[in-house]
Design a protein around this ligand. Structure first.
Ligand code: PLP
Length: 234
């Protein structure tokens, strides 16, 4: 019940953000970030109409996905270690958190082994924060063609996590920069990159105004997260 209400409120905010910049609300995908949430909460979200979920840890996702209905779609949004790539390729329909060439190569290798092509987003550390993963923008541009040459991955766009700021307007330049970087990447590749994954519970409205096509929303849908261990219990 509560999740359904939260969802309605979020959809209203998405609609209003789109209206401010003349965008079609259908151009914004809502990814429900279920990390730290028990399967029961995910099932409640499914009842409220959600089918697309984001997880940030392979081990946690593996357990929860096995307990949830088979028609749900899952995307990886957390830092991926190369020794988890094999599982990640099986569990996820998209990996949003590709933050190095070597990781892209590992995903390519395991995708080939399972006769798949994996859609990915390239994560960019736009603000250059030491605490965050992601390509520095210059490295992204320098390595983009090498990544694109990997046969078993498909680059669908860029992802970023904005720095925390008490005033949400302060993060607008980082979202704008990601959009500009996407254009630079499109020029290098000579092909469109449809996705800009940016915006979370605290800043998705500004992200939408700056062109986000996918907002990753956790606490605004589910409420506070539990610990990793607790989230494994139903
Ligand atoms: C946790 C997380 C989110 C969701 O954060 P909320 O503030 O709960 O909406 C989005 N993106 C990534 C990469 C995350 O790790």
């Amino acid at each position: 019940m509560e999740i359904a209400e939260n969802l309605r409120a979020i959809q209203n905010r998405i609609d209003a953000s789109c209206a401010r910049v003349n965008r079609d609300p259908a151009s914004v995908t809502l990814l429900a970030v279920s990390k730290g949430q028990p399967p029961a909460a995910i099932l409640a979200a499914v009842d409220a109409g959600l089918t697309l979920f984001g997880e940030s840890k392979v081990q946690e996702a593996k357990v929860k996905i096995s307990l949830c209905p088979g028609h749900l779609r899952w995307q990886m949004i957390g830092h991926l270690q190369s020794n988890k790539c094999r599982d990640a390729v099986h569990l996820f329909q998209m990996i949003q958190s590709v933050d190095s060439l070597s990781l892209a190569q590992e995903i390519d290798k395991f995708s080939r082994a399972s006769a798949k092509t994996m859609p990915i987003l390239l994560e960019v550390n736009v603000a250059g924060e030491a605490s965050k993963f992601g390509f520095p923008p210059e490295r992204l541009l320098a390595e983009l063609e090498k990544i694109n040459a990997l046969e078993r991955i498909e680059i669908h766009g860029l992802m970023t996590i904005a720095p925390w700021a008490a005033e949400v307007e302060k993060v607008r330049p980082f979202f704008r920069r990601l959009r500009e970087l996407r254009s630079e990447c499109e020029q290098i590749l000579g092909a469109p990159l449809p996705h800009l994954s940016m915006g979370m519970s605290g800043d998705f409205e500004v992200a939408i105004e700056e062109g986000s096509t996918m907002v990753r929303v956790g606490t605004a849908i589910f409420g506070e997260r539990q610990s990793y261990k607790k989230s494994m219990e139903t």
